[in-house]
Design a protein around this ligand. Structure first.
Ligand SMILES: NC(=O)c1ccc[n+]([C@@H]2O[C@H](COP(=O)([O-])OP(=O)(O)OC[C@H]3O[C@@H](n4cnc5c(N)ncnc54)[C@H](OP(=O)(O)O)[C@@H]3O)[C@@H](O)[C@H]2O)c1
Length: 285
């Protein structure tokens, strides 16, 4: 065997073995014990609106206790109240993922309410500038790469010991089809979303020995406030959206949620390092 691949092969050998799909223990949210994510705890960033909210709702519907978070307290309160009214097990705290003290608070909240974490879903992402890559200031580079790429890794590094304690875990990052085909004038954002594909692969290899899987969803054009605010990049608005990225319909946040629930479930126990498009159709790298 080639020595440079030895660590990789050793990591793969230690991937989690399949576990029973249904737990018979009681759920953290007092729900149905036969749900496939019963007794699990999920931390979801950027989860008070759009794709993140939909993912939080779906993981909770599947039995997990979900820790909701985003930058604004009123958004956290609203999301938590909405999901609690639906009978789901959720708690919440403010967390701007680019701020170290907020990440610490998110970790502390998850431990305080739930005693551990099984899943981390990093949805929060920003694009403060519509413009060319080389016209972006250093501040813009720092902001986009800080929130979109660095923050998921830094948050995971803080949660990792608590995920390891649970025996196995699942991390899901959120990229974009802009990683495959750059959307003109979303320069640095495109780069940040491509970087997440690399982060997924690297973390998957590094964390396999700890039985933690790392995958990435790659949404196409999804109907949310974020995509509305980038209307000029919308498919069919004859402009800048590359023809390759024309989906057969506009996606809904729920289209992403089912895939994340699957990637967290025991059915996905032999899937790691994958980036999966939720885009109707998409070219891959
Ligand atoms: N919509 C699309 O077409 C599309 C396509 C591909 C990829 N994506 C990716 O999907 C993710 C979610 O997008 P979306 O369309 O669902 O957006 P959205 O509807 O605007 O929701 C964004 C959510 O993230 C929170 N948020 C924003 N900045 C944050 C930060 N720095 N720290 C923590 N939370 C933050 C927002 O709440 P607060 O305002 O309270 O912070 C809100 O809950 C992003 O990573 C985006 O790049 C979206």
């Amino acid at each position: 065997r080639i020595p440079m691949f030895r660590p990789l092969i050793q990591s793969w050998k230690r991937l989690p073995t399949p576990v029973a799909a249904h737990s018979m223990r009681s759920t953290s949210n007092g729900g149905n014990c036969s749900l496939k994510l019963a007794n699990k705890v999920a931390v979801v960033t950027g989860s008070t609106n759009g794709i993140g909210f939909s993912i939080a709702r779906r993981l909770a519907q599947d039995g997990a206790h979900v820790v909701i978070s985003s930058r604004k307290q009123q958004n956290v309160d609203r999301a938590v109240a909405t999901l609690k009214k639906e009978g789901l097990g959720v708690s919440g705290t403010v967390c701007h993922v680019g701020k170290a003290e907020d990440r610490e608070r998110l970790v502390a909240t998850a431990l305080e309410h739930c005693g551990g974490v099984d899943f981390l879903v990093c949805v929060a992402g920003v694009n403060p500038l519509v413009g060319g890559t080389l016209k972006s200031s250093e501040q813009i580079w720092d902001k986009i790469l800080g929130v979109n790429v660095k923050a998921p890794a830094l948050l995971l590094s803080r949660l990792l010991p608590h995920m390891e304690n649970r025996g196995q875990g699942s991390v899901v990052l959120v990229s974009s089809v802009a990683a495959y085909v750059p959307v003109p004038r979303l320069g640095v954002y495109n780069v940040s979303k491509t970087a997440l594909l690399g982060l997924t692969k690297t973390l998957a290899v590094e964390l396999a020995p700890k039985s933690i899987r790392v995958n990435c969803i790659v949404p196409g054009y999804i109907n949310t406030d974020f995509s509305q605010s980038h209307k000029h990049t919308k498919p069919n608005s004859h402009s800048m959206y590359p023809p390759l990225l024309f989906p057969y319909r506009v996606g809904q946040p729920e289209d992403c949620a089912g895939l994340v629930a699957f990637l967290c479930s025991p059915e996905a126990s032999y899937i790691t390092g994958e980036s999966i498009a939720v885009a109707g159709w998409s070219p891959h790298l």
